[in-house]
Design a protein around this ligand. Structure first.
Ligand SMILES: Cc1cc2nc3c(=O)[nH]c(=O)nc-3n(C[C@H](O)[C@H](O)[C@H](O)COP(=O)(O)OP(=O)(O)OC[C@H]3O[C@@H](n4cnc5c(N)ncnc54)[C@H](O)[C@@H]3O)c2cc1C
Length: 433
């Protein structure tokens, strides 16, 4: 298990992850002028995955991070390695045709593989555990999972298995569920330690990473460059990986996604018997509702529980007001247990729930909008950005060809309209229809 940091990781939000991350002093802010092959905006999974891929391929890489590496969703999430995308492959086939579904299907396990390979190759200490459980509240959800399983198996995923009501207790001790599905190729990690470990691996190969270095302007053009308050980086390629934290830097791409917040909390440490009873297999769990709960054990025996959703990135006044009641519905025996950490983070939602990748101009690329499931896809898409820069754009071409649409209602009404849609799906989940 990781040595606890002696300090509270300044520059990160206060969270279980920041408090337990491997100690890492802030990197220097960028000043002056630099020329490089590739300048990456944003030090989350997408940006750091691309940086490591490119550094491994021998490119000169500079990463500019506005806060700290892992400051955004990548250092705050549920830590669940969930394979695939936020839309199932059958929906992708119906929308985009068999060729696109087949291409995305072939890539759908790669993000998890990249994580496991890098953890092994670079010796990253991030509490990696294997196995995930998808929990169903009703028979309709079980049938949908089984359909997804059959579709995945046709496409070569051999880690899935349906779980009957009688077997649910092997994975989670809650009487809310009527069955589910396990994914042996899923798992969980301490995400801040993962992204930090990958950042250090990239630095070991020569990448330069600057923190507290917000990009204030991107000069797109034949010779792109990127400005911060105190300097300018001239690069052959620029990769924009700011996701939900990009703000107004590049409105043309920000209007294609919406920041959405989700809240997470961690209990006090539970004794071995209690935590092993709740989650005997130490798999991570997510339920099958539209607005879902996700939870898992931490390496130091806490229950880390997430859920809730705030369209536009707004949080409830009290961060635990949605997730604590849900946790107690799932595990009533935890009534009275202390909640030691609660935090929130923003992910970027696209209208289709499919990540959005493309170019702003000649050699300025972007990737964002992994929606609720980004731990694996950000690793995959970071690699694909690296491939495109290296001149192997076949897989990039598949992704950039997927249509992406602005949210209906424009910036003013996209939040209430999306919330209305989610409310409708929430009612359907409650009724099991
Ligand atoms: C609470 C929560 C729980 C989640 N749980 C899961 C889960 O369990 N499993 C799963 O698969 N997915 C989960 N997700 C989604 C997943 O975390 C994200 O999809 C993924 O981390 C996005 O990575 P990213 O690198 O694209 O963005 P981020 O990690 O948000 O990184 C973007 C970075 O860009 C920086 N930046 C922005 N603008 C600038 C600028 N102008 N200059 C310099 N830097 C800039 C930001 O500071 C930030 O560090 C969760 C998300 C949240 C918020």
């Amino acid at each position: 298990m990781n040595a606890f940091a002696k300090f509270d990781n300044p520059g990160h939000v206060k969270s279980y992850y920041a408090a337990t991350a491997v100690a890492q002093s802030p990197r220097p802010a960028f000043e002056g002028a630099l020329e490089t092959d590739v300048c990456i905006i944003g030090g989350g999974f997408t940006g750091i995955s691309a940086a490591l891929e490119l550094a491994e391929r021998g490119f000169k890489v500079v990463v500019l991070e506005a806060n700290r590496v892992g400051f955004g969703a990548s250092g705050r999430n549920g830590g669940q390695i969930v394979n695939g995308y936020s839309r199932d492959l059958e929906t992708i086939r119906k929308w985009y045709g068999e060729d696109k579904a087949a291409a995305l299907g072939r890539m759908s396990l790669e993000g998890g593989d990249i994580i496991r390979e890098r953890v092994a190759k670079y010796g990253i200490d991030c509490d990696l555990r294997h196995g995930g459980f998808f929990a169903a509240f009703n028979d309709k959800q079980v049938r949908e999972m089984d359909k997804v399983r059959r579709d995945w198996e046709k496409r070569g995923h051999d880690g899935l298995e349906m779980v009957s009501k009688a077997e649910v207790g092997h994975y989670v001790s809650s009487n809310r569920y009527v069955g589910g599905m396990i994914d042996r190729k899923g798992g969980h990690i301490h995400p801040l330690n993962l992204v930090e470990g990958e950042a250090r691996a990239a630095e070991g190969l020569g990448a330069q990473i600057f923190e507290n270095s917000r990009v204030t302007h991107v000069h797109t053009g034949a010779k792109p460059s990127v400005s911060t308050e105190k300097g300018k980086v001239q690069a052959k390629y620029v990769l924009v990986c700011g996701n939900a934290y990009l703000g107004e830097l590049l409105p043309a791409i920000s209007s294609r996604m919406m920041p959405v917040s989700s809240q997470v909390m961690a209990t006090e440490r539970l004794d071995d018997a209690t935590i092993e009873k709740l989650l005997p297999a130490n798999y991570c769990v997510e339920d099958a509702n539209y607005v879902l709960d996700y939870y898992r054990r931490t390496a130091d025996n806490r229950l880390l529980y997430g859920g809730g959703i705030g369209y536009g990135g707004q949080d409830p006044k009290n961060l635990t007001s949605v997730i604590l009641p849900n946790m107690l519905k799932t595990f009533p025996e935890l009534k009275g247990v202390k909640i030691e950490y609660a935090w929130s983070g923003n992910f970027a939602l696209t209208l289709t729930r499919i990540p959005h990748m493309g170019k702003i101009s000649g050699t300025v690329y972007f990737s964002h909008g992994d929606s609720g499931h980004g731990v694996t896809t950000t690793h995959l898409l970071g690699r694909i950005l690296g491939e495109a820069v290296a001149g192997h754009a076949e897989r990039y071409d598949v992704w950039q060809s997927l249509p992406n649409f602005p949210f209906p209602g424009g910036r003013m009404f996209r939040v209430p309209l999306t919330a209305l849609g989610a409310w409708w799906y929430g009612i359907r989940d409650k009724l099991g229809v």
